[in-house]
Design a protein around this ligand. Structure first.
Ligand SMILES: Cc1ncc(C[n+]2csc(CCOP(=O)(O)OP(=O)(O)O)c2C)c(N)n1
Ligand SMILES: [Mg+2]
Length: 348
């Protein structure tokens, strides 16, 4: 039987209440609400585009998980070195990445983040600190350690950041990366989005414990575990870890417990193929919605109301619609671009 070390944190019936925003900065929280809405609206467009056959390649949606990247990005700099994987729309957008260029990439337009040749799982936005995502699970984790180490050798206070999932924790390279990061005291933050699933398999079928921080403990790495649907707690935990990393005390490890509303890939819920994933569980987790919880917290504090929320949603909806329309009108890359940039050696 799996050891449920996470306890309440992984229980879908818990944490439905509004966030406690007492003592928090109203402007920061409003910006975080806006960012989470931007990520969600953008992913909804991608979901619908995929469903309607406008998007050709697969899209891995993180709707429901927006608070993780939003809370973490709040303590990152554009000069940091951030790496992601197959589900990285939120990672790139939370750093200020352009929704238009994300759409253009997924729609295979030459204006896309990877010149339209990579799609949803090959995002790159170095000006905003995003050094890249690849579909190979755990494929960028060791790169983040190297990039952090490079910053240390360069004498700058920038850090490497590796976003990975609970499934990625099962790859051998992650354990080498954790060990090396600690042995060299590399300035790197590991952010594990523990959404309890890898593809269609629940964690209880894959690991003897649902806790990811146990691997940080094993490597003597400073760590925290938070409700990843609470942007305030995620932000606070990331802040404490990153301050320590920038001060030269070596790596940090943040486990954010969360859940994706859609299935593994594209817009379906996967309640038919999922082991342990039922319509009831998805609907319970929807009540733990990171956006609704922050919105309700802001309302309780008297900082927000239905009208301001409607205005904000209208603004984001228009912004995202404009980005989509613009990207749709762009051209696809030429055939030569493939030999120049994919199989050839022309500089990016
Ligand atoms: C090395 C490798 N093995 C398997 C796959 C197929 N695959 C893609 S995503 C995924 C599950 C990853 O789960 P997790 O790391 O928890 O991320 P999540 O999808 O939950 O965000 C798998 C097995 C792959 N892309 N790369
Ligand atoms: Mg997962």
């Amino acid at each position: 039987m799996i050891s449920r070390s996470l306890g309440r944190l992984s229980d879908s019936t818990q944490f439905h209440e509004p966030l406690d925003v007492a003592g928090q900065d109203r402007i920061v929280l409003t910006q975080q609400l806006e960012m989470m809405l931007r990520i969600r609206y953008a992913e909804r467009f991608l979901a619908n585009g995929r469903r309607d056959g406008i998007v050709g390649g697969p899209v891995h949606l993180g709707i429901g998980q927006e608070a993780v990247a939003t809370g973490v990005a709040a303590v990152l700099r554009k000069s940091d070195r951030i790496f992601g994987g197959h589900r990285s729309h939120s990672h790139v957008l939370s750093m200020g990445g352009s929704v238009y260029r994300l759409f253009a990439e997924v729609l295979a337009r030459r204006s896309g983040m990877s010149r339209g040749m990579g799609g949803s799982m090959h995002l790159w936005d170095k000006p905003n600190g995003f050094y890249g995502a690849v579909p190979i699970v755990a494929g960028t984790v060791s790169l983040a350690v190297g990039a952090g180490l490079a910053a240390k050798l360069q004498g700058v206070q920038d850090i490497g950041v590796a976003y990975l999932g609970d499934g990625a924790m099962e790859e051998g390279v992650v354990h080498e990366a954790l060990n090396l990061a600690r042995m060299l005291n590399a300035p790197v933050l590991f952010v594990v989005e523990n959404n309890l699933f890898a593809s269609h398999m629940h964690i209880s079928l894959r690991q003897p414990s649902d806790s990811m921080v146990r691997f940080a403990v094993a490597n003597d790495i400073e760590h925290s575990v938070v409700d990843g649907n609470d942007v305030v707690k995620t932000h606070q935990a990331a802040d404490a870890l990153v301050q320590r990393i920038r001060a030269g005390h070596g790596p940090g490890f943040l486990e954010a417990v969360t859940f994706r509303w859609f299935g593994h890939v594209d817009w379906r819920e996967d309640i038919d193929v999922g082991v342990y994933r039922s319509a009831d569980e998805v609907s319970e987790w929807r009540k733990r919605d990171p956006i609704a919880r922050l919105y309700k917290g802001l309302c309780s504090a008297g900082w927000f109301d239905e009208t301001t929320m409607a205005q904000l949603e209208e603004k984001i909806s228009q912004e995202v619609q404009k980005a989509w329309d613009l990207a749709l009108r762009d051209e696809s890359p030429s055939i030569e671009a493939m030999s120049d940039y994919v199989y050839g050696a022309r500089a990016a």
